[in-house]
Write a protein that binds this ligand. Structure first.
Ligand code: DC
Length: 219
């Protein structure tokens, strides 16, 4: 078992930005577990399976193989041998990932993969259930959050900077609130702060402040 830093929190809290910087600083790998749920979501979308159809999703899980490779320290996700890394981050895929990750078959498929990575490497792993479920003995546990308004604002700015003229703040905010509700209220491994996790509300913190705070906890 390597050294592990678990970072959980809701969508848009800045987990991946921070986790990448911490991984660089500490020379360990960044494991993005959301990307694994997103890869599975791509498979369900391509098969035209409805998010509500647990039977079809459970059946489809048998045909999915998710493999993670670290190439130049960057995580690449392979879905049945296809590198899907560049197509993971769309709203459609994120929604399907949130909706399909409520099912036991989907979660079971990824649990061993995530634990194995933490066994083989020193990791900064982010997700929703890392400190509570995947790595209950993680060396450092962080629960990173920010207000819905702040998270929607960050996402809105990101889209505008990318030149997206149709970005709608109210819609982004509503989508984030819906995702929070689903991730926090599902039956299996819901998003919640582990009892021994450190709470970091990043609403009024700079990226540098958050990174420094976490690095200080790792000493
Ligand atoms: O972090 P993200 O937006 O890439 O995650 C997409 C969805 O995947 C998220 O809404 C819920 C699910 N997920 C999960 O259930 N458990 C994790 N450890 C990571 C993500």
């Amino acid at each position: 078992m390597g050294y592990s830093i678990a970072i959980d929190g809701p969508a848009g809290a800045g987990k991946s930005t921070i986790a990448k910087l911490i991984a660089k600083e500490r020379g360990c790998i960044y494991v993005d577990t959301g990307a694994m749920y997103r890869a599975m979501a791509i498979y369900f979308l391509r098969q035209g399976i409805a998010a509500e159809d647990e039977v079809a999703i459970t059946e489809a899980c048998k045909d999915i193989e998710v493999v993670i490779k670290y190439e130049g320290n960057v995580q690449n996700v392979y879905l049945n041998s296809e590198n899907v890394t560049s197509i993971l981050r769309t709203e459609e895929v994120g929604k399907m990932a949130s909706a399909s990750s409520v099912y036991g078959a989907v979660r079971a498929k990824l649990l061993d993969l995530q634990r194995k990575l933490a066994e083989d490497y020193d990791v900064v792993m982010d997700g929703r259930d890392i400190g509570t479920h995947v790595l209950p003995n993680a060396d450092v546990k962080i629960y990173m959050t920010a207000s819905v308004e702040e998270r929607a604002n960050r996402r809105y700015k990101e889209l505008v900077e990318k030149g997206d003229t149709s970005a709608d703040y109210e819609k982004i905010k509503a989508d984030i609130a819906e995702r929070d509700y689903r991730d926090m209220n599902r039956e299996i491994a819901p998003l919640k702060q582990a009892e021994d996790a450190i709470l970091l509300d990043t609403s009024d913190m700079s990226i540098e402040e958050v990174v420094n705070a976490i690095i200080a906890y790792c000493r």
